[in-house]
Ligand binder design. Sequence first.
Ligand SMILES: Cc1ncc(COP(=O)(O)O)c(C=O)c1O
Length: 407
Amino acid sequence: MLFQFQSSLLWVIYMNELFSNRIAGVPPSFIREILKVAVDPEIISFAGGLPNRDLFPVAALQKATNDIFDEDGKDILQYTGTEGYLPLREMIVADYKRKGLDIDVDEVLITNGSQQGLDLLGKVLLNEEDEVLIEEPGYLGAIQAFEVYRAKFISVPVGQEGMDITSLKEALITSKAKLMYTVPNFQNPSGISYSNENRQAVADCLRETKTLLIEDNPYGDLRFSGENKVSFKTLLPEQTILLGSFSKIIVPSFRLGWIVAPWVLMEKLVIAKQAADLHSNYFCQRVLHRFLKDNDLQAHIEKIISVYGKQKLVMEAAIKRCFPKEVTYLNPEGGMFLWVTLPESLSATELFDKAIEQKVAFVPGDPFYVSKRGLNTLRLNFSSVDPDVINEGIERLGKVLYEMLEK
Ligand SMILES: Cc1ncc(COP(=O)(O)O)c(C=O)c1O
């Protein structure tokens, strides 16, 4: 028994020596750790980034599955090409066309969620210590994906209007970034969207550089107020890579998203994807295609927008009613998140510990920053929480905030 224990312990040590430099320094996702705490059914969780499960088109997906089994049972169970199911890629192209973007179907690669798009871009473009410009606060999954390739991050702050242009200009002078990562519509975590003027200014800054811009857009269709904004693909066509996803508008479990990239880059992305998984789940691609063929996606998206829009309003009203006036928030025009800033004297991590005691969870801002810690910001998710529960959760959070401010 003792021998077996010692042997296992030794293997823990050996194993740690075997890990590649690539993975050894990458911490586990902070959010996954938080979600573990938040699984307690009594906890009101604003922590997740989950779409609302009540809006999943269960019956329509079930019907699409039955139909393709009936009609094409053998083919849908076979291997397929790396690029993805052509008719599905054609649908993606048609949707871009509707939005004013001319994309060639050969520029579209179906991926295992847009998260895989980030990994493939890292694999194809980044050597160790290569510089990546990233929004701050920025999407944790992008930070993690590029960390694996040992990128050196240079953060550019974002605010209500978009990127801080002065900081971007400085970063471009002092660095030779290969990539710049952006979520210009209803950003994760802050919910902000870049204004058209800001997009133009960002594009003007990048035009004379060799930096590629990633426009990651999983939330773009979920707009509940304001006007649609221009895509970087229009402003900076050669340098822009688009990432898209079906996770937030249909279901995340299929793990289907896509990359739009110019053909030179696409050739390498296809090789990298072949090495990773040969192709994304063909069966799910076929179900999704059938679903899209037989159903009105726009009507479905309208339904999501109407529910999320109401939930956002309920959260906003509850914040106004229950939070101390020193606490501010950014008002998103779409998406799933609302970003809160506490007075500088308060730490969001401390608030998290106290809020958990009151059975409320959220994500403190820290992990979304590549450089700073101990911050006074936090992310609240409103998409997956019902209005009554939002009211109760914000009320509890408000009480904790008043107590912390009184100390
Ligand atoms: C900004 C952003 N990009 C990419 C992803 C990954 O999405 P998926 O891999 O499900 O397409 C997410 C998920 O929450 C996200 O918020």
